[in-house]
Design a protein around this ligand. Structure first.
Ligand code: HEM
Length: 421
């Protein structure tokens, strides 16, 4: 294993120039050389806005699991100056699982239990398999008609929304609107959103609120055995006020939906892209379908959908030899941590045959109290899709390389056209 780089006195100017590189089209297409340089600068690097980038696996993991590191909540946002954190999208996020700290977070998280347990995944298996089949029918038909369709638009965006939409029993006609609102909303969580990004996210948050409050209210009026009705029953026990119970369920459902769609919609085309770029690995996979789960895991490690997560220090703390003062923010560079040579052997090699913790110990789904609720479902969708692709379109190739949205936290790939053979 390589040795740990010692912290150095790094100026914020150097960090800014690396962040600009990350936001360039080249940096978006391949951020890993920039991450390597950032790791060489140190494990904890200062930003001009008083925060710190955390570049190493062990420190990101430590923060994710540490009780003294808080998620970005309503109280913290209220203490900040300027309008970066005051918009509607941020107010809404502060009331979702992701924006709650103890004691609120455990209460809300416990209320949904282990949502995607074995039994639920088994129930959802038919939905996932049916959706994969239908979407690949469309993809195959369009390819055979001589088109080079955009994989993300035809399959990547559709599979997660079809699965979560069926689970929540949403009308299919609403999917395009919900997809658009989701993509617009997530941008408020970017590292450096523009005022326009924030305004679009606020509008999207309004749309999501209207849609999902109406949905939850409808289930209140017409209760059934669906997941929303079940959560309403749980919250009616926890809250004496029925409106407060409805509000709690609204935030759970709305956030779960957004979190499920935006991330998995990136994982699926990334899988196709990385296998296209590594023909040796593609050949291995085609020769041995038993490698599918390992391939999904390696894609999650190599280029996870979320490259950055934020936390704030609840008191003055030392991290990687650097003092982080109370209330300042740390940006956990998950994409960099997953390529940390002190944690993973030959991290820049895409290798679907990794075993043991070299395969599963990555931070794509976060860690600690806020560990991803839907990790098992995301894995199920990706595995089912990849298995079906190896059978139905073994010769699938990328004909037009993707472009990436100018984001550094939530990756989003568009315009990746595919063909056969
Ligand atoms: C490849 C797909 C996915 C990736 C890479 C991913 C990644 C993540 C990460 C990194 C976090 C932690 C964020 C933090 O600590 O700040 C998280 C949390 C979360 N994820 Fe996922 N996710 C994926 C799919 C899903 C799906 C399918 C669902 C739901 C069906 C989901 C629901 C959630 C929820 C509700 C949280 C918040 C948990 C909490 O704060 O307690 N995710 N996810």
């Amino acid at each position: 294993m390589a040795s740990v780089a010692q912290p150095t006195a790094v100026g914020t100017r150097s960090v800014v120039s690396h962040l600009s590189r990350l936001r360039s089209p080249r940096g978006q297409a391949d951020p890993f050389p920039v991450y390597r340089r950032l790791r060489a600068l140190g494990p904890v690097l200062p930003t001009p806005w008083g925060g710190h980038l955390v570049t190493r696996y062990d420190l990101c993991d430590q923060v994710l699991r540490g009780r003294d590191w808080h998620t970005i909540d309503a109280e913290w946002k209220a203490r900040q100056s300027g309008d970066r954190w005051t918009g509607f999208a941020h107010q809404e996020l502060s009331r979702t699982l992701q924006g709650l700290n103890s004691p609120h977070h455990p209460r809300h998280r416990r209320s949904i239990g282990n949502v995607f347990d074995r039994a639920t995944l088994a129930e959802l298996h038919g939905t996932v398999a049916g959706s994969v089949d239908g979407l690949l029918d469309t993809l195959v038909e369009r390819i055979r008609d001589g088109e080079e369709p955009d994989f993300g638009a035809v399959v990547g965006d559709q599979l997660p929304i079809e699965v979560i939409g069926a689970w929540l029993d949403l009308p299919r006609a609403d999917y395009p609107l919900l997809l658009w609102l989701t993509h617009e909303h997530v941008v408020c969580q970017e590292l450096l959103p523009t005022p326009t990004d924030l305004a679009s996210a606020d509008n999207a948050a309004q749309g999501l609120r209207l849609y999902f409050t109406a949905l939850v209210h409808d289930r209140r009026l017409n209760p059934g055995n669906d997941v929303i009705s079940r959560w309403l029953r749980v919250w009616d026990e926890l809250e004496s006020d029925p409106e407060a119970a409805e509000a709690a369920v609204f935030y759970l459902v709305m956030f779960l939906f957004v979190a499920a769609v935006e991330t998995t919609a990136t994982l699926l085309p990334t899988m196709v892209w990385l296998l296209d770029q590594h023909p040796d690995q593609r050949r291995l996979l085609l020769a041995d379908p038993g490698l599918v789960p390992g391939a999904v895991e390696e894609v999650l490690r190599y280029d996870p959908p979320i490259h950055m997560a934020g936390r704030v220090a609840s008191r003055d703390m030392e991290l990687g030899g650097v003092t982080v003062t109370q209330d300042s923010m740390v940006h956990l560079m998950i994409g960099s941590a997953n390529h940390d040579p002190d944690h993973i052997v030959e991290p820049d090699v895409f290798d679907i045959r990794r075993q043991g913790n070299q395969l599963s110990m990555h931070l794509a789904f976060g860690g600690g109290a806020h560990y991803c609720v839907g990790a098992a479902l995301a894995r199920q969708e990706a595995t089912e899709l990849l298995r079906a692709l190896t059978v139905r379109l073994p010769g699938l190739r990328v004909s037009t390389p993707p472009t990436w949205s100018r984001r550094v936290a939530f990756r989003r790939m568009t315009g990746m056209r595919v063909r056969e053979g």
